[in-house]
Every structure is written in C-alpha cells, then in structure tokens.
Design a protein around this ligand. Structure first.
Ligand code: PEP
Ligand code: MN
Length: 345
C-alpha cells in the first residue's frame, strides 16, 4: 500500500506514520518528491488496513501498489532516479557511456584500454576481475590483482570503475575497489548476492538474466532496494531466443517498457546482446533512440588477443566513432552526452 502525505505534511507527521507502520511489523520506505512524500508500506502479509492511516494528521490518501515490485515501480517514485557515480549522473538527461575490456588481463592491456576509452569520450571504465565463465577451464579472472589495476586506471583517468561481483563473500573485497557493483546475467536470481549488495550502499548495475522476464528482472531489483540500497541501475544485455545468428537477442522493447514501469536508470549492453563487434554500433544507436540512459561497451586494443569476448569487443577507433554517433542520437532525443571525468589525482 502507498500512503500519500499532504503537500504541507510536517516531518513529525511523516515520522508518526512511519512509526505506526513499523509498530505493525511492516517496513516503511519513503520517496520524497519535489512536493510530496510517498510512504510505501511493504509487508509479506497482505492485510493492511488503510483506515488506520487515513485518519492520521498529514495523510492525504492511500492506494494499493498494483505491481509485485513496489520500490522499483514508478508508482512509488514517479520521477526518474538519477544515481551519482563520482559525479557521473546515471539516469539524468545525460547519457553515460561505460567502456573497457571484458576481462582485466594485465597492466599494459588495462591502462592502454582505459586511456583509449577516456580519449574517445567515454565516461566510465568497465573490466571484470572475477569472471563468470560458462566453462570451468576458461580464464576465471585476475581476482584482487585485477581490482588493483582497475583502481590504478581510475586514478590515472578519473573514470569511475564498474566491475562484477560474483558471490556474497566477495562483496567487501570488490567494494574496496569498485565504484559500481556489476551483477552478471547468471547471478540475477542469486538472492543472497542481491541482499549482500543491497546492504552495501554502493551503486549496483543489475544485468537481466538471459531467460528472465521483465517482471522477474524488476523483482530482483526489488531485493536490492528492499535491503535499503536505492542506487540500482538496470542493464538489458540480451536474452536467449531461437535466433542463433547473434549470441543473444537485444530486447529493445525492454527499454521503453522498463522506462514506463520503473524509475531506475536503464543501460544497454550491445556487446553481449549481439556477440559480434560489427553489430554493436547499430544497437548502441538504437538503444539511445529507444530511451536508454547509457551504454556499456566492450573495448580491447587487440580483440584477437583478448582472453574473453574478443569477437564482440570494439577496437578503440570504433569505440570513438560509436561515442560520436551516440552523441548525435542523444541530441536528436533532446539529451546530451555526460561530461567527461576530471582527473583529481
Ligand atoms: C560481462 O559483462 O563481461 C559479462 C560476463 O556479462 P553478462 O553477465 O551479461 O554475460
Ligand atoms: Mn564479456
């Protein structure tokens, strides 16, 4: 249930409503808009009596939240959520472009790629130090050494760092280095991991499970939100379909659907959604035209030498071209590219 406070409700009146909700054994989550405060009452028992709240001073009205995901819904938070990652506002009018290798492979590869991403106009650096590989015999990532290299690349370029965390027990270690926790497609329904990042207070980019419906995707986001972490961004990275000419199928529909159902920022990953570098630019353009708030793109200086996902990685020159094209599409959509990071070393 949602409780809508009156525009002039006082802090004391809001606190009294929250106290009553909590005394009934339910959770109260506040959404403070420009004029009014909404209080979502979340409970695993359906029985909430609106009447006992309607009579309280400062309460305007109540209504049921129709979606199973409450805190992720636009009903709870009608305005877009913008998440600040070291000054990069993901989910604002500005488009964010995150570029970098699939895997951190070594110092030279990462620094060369980071320099190229920032030079090309990118805003943030991606790179996996813990890799969820389909085969146990494939490269599994550099681990903490890879995280240290990402931190060095951030220092060098000023770009915030996106990197994957695969297990709840890795959250403290990865959190020491990452600016954004990436939850991979294979872990979208790893509920212990969702809770662990939900308790961390660091921004999270949740990737859609390759076979997950949009509702399941939003229910996973709800796990993180319900643990108190409001800084969740969603990433459409392609789903499994019968089509096999590409690695996955970009669910471009998901972009406007998500934008209508949720207030959370939406990022598209055309590298994984296509699996082929030659399709990445087209899908990047389409994603921004469809209303996405950002892109995450795999970039490698020598894709043929990449230890993972070389076939879908762009060379730096291509990535620079993509940034320009996306800038033009952003402008057509009444948006702009985000400002580039300033080095504060
Ligand atoms: C990645 O970003 O390199 C990755 C493994 O992505 P996904 O979880 O979408 O497959
Ligand atoms: Mn990859």
């Amino acid at each position: 249930m949602m409780i809508v406070m009156q525009a002039n409700a006082t802090q004391a009146q809001i606190s009294a409503v929250v106290a009553l909700v909590e005394s009934l054994g339910m959770q109260a989550h506040l959404s403070s808009g420009k004029d009014i405060t909404l209080i979502a009452v979340v409970s695993n028992t359906a029985a909430i009596d609106p009447d006992q709240f309607l009579l309280m001073p400062g309460v305007d009205r109540t209504f049921p939240i129709t979606r199973p995901y409450k805190l992720a819904s636009r009903e709870f938070h009608p305005e877009n959520t913008s998440i600040s990652v070291k000054g990069l506002n993901v989910g604002s009018e500005e488009i964010a472009i995150i570029g970098g290798p699939c895997s951190v492979e070594g110092r030279e590869q990462l620094m060369e790629t980071a320099d190229a991403v920032v030079e090309a106009g990118g805003h943030a650096l991606r790179g996996g130090a813990f890799k969820p590989r389909t085969s146990p015999y494939s490269f599994q990532g550099m681990g903490e050494e890879g995280l240290q290299l990402l931190a060095e690349a951030r220092q060098r370029t000023g770009m915030p760092v996106w990197t994957e965390v695969m297990a709840p027990e890795q959250v403290p270690l990865v959190g020491k280095y990452a600016d954004v926790f990436q939850i991979g497609t294979r872990n979208m329904q790893n509920y212990d991991l969702l809770r662990a990042v939900g308790e961390s207070q660091k921004p999270v980019m949740l990737k859609r499970g390759m076979s997950a419906t949009i509702e399941e995707f939003l229910m996973s986001a709800e796990y993180i939100l319900s643990c108190g972490n409001r800084r969740v961004m969603l990433c459409e990275r392609g789903i499994r379909t019968f089509e096999n000419s590409t690695r996955n199928t970009t669910d471009i529909n998901a972009v406007p659907v998500l934008k209508s159902l949720t207030h959370l920022p939406v990022i598209v990953d055309p590298s994984h959604s296509t699996g082929h570098w030659e399709y990445v630019e087209a899908i990047a353009r389409a994603s921004i035209a469809a209303g996405a708030d950002g892109l995450i793109i795999e970039v490698h200086p020598r894709p043929n030498e990449a230890v993972s996902d070389g076939a879908q990685s762009l060379k730096p020159e291509r990535f620079a071209g993509l940034v320009k094209q996306v800038g033009a599409i952003a402008e057509a959509m009444g948006r702009t590219l985000a400002e580039q990071p300033k080095i504060v070393a």
